[in-house]
Design a protein around this ligand. Sequence first.
Ligand SMILES: [Zn+2]
Length: 92
Amino acid sequence: MGYSSHKLSAELKSFEGVEFQVGDSYKCPEDHVAKIVWVSEDKETIAVRCPYEHFSKVVKVTDYDAPPISFMRYRTKEKEIFAKNMVFMMKI
Ligand SMILES: [Zn+2]
């Protein structure tokens, strides 16, 4: 069977008295369960990668549904881009 053993643990460590290690679970800034991918040497900064979607940016895209302004000139609309697996640097 090909079951993955890399399931994210829902158990989160408390803030105090625990040394964080790469591979541990931690909360991302939006309270999802994310995974620690990097710990600074002084253990005060960590990087977590979150598998959930986060708002990334707003981009302008051509709106083909709206009536064109003129021949070959289309309107634009704003589209929100969400990204998965974003990495956050966090002070702990
Ligand atoms: Zn997240």
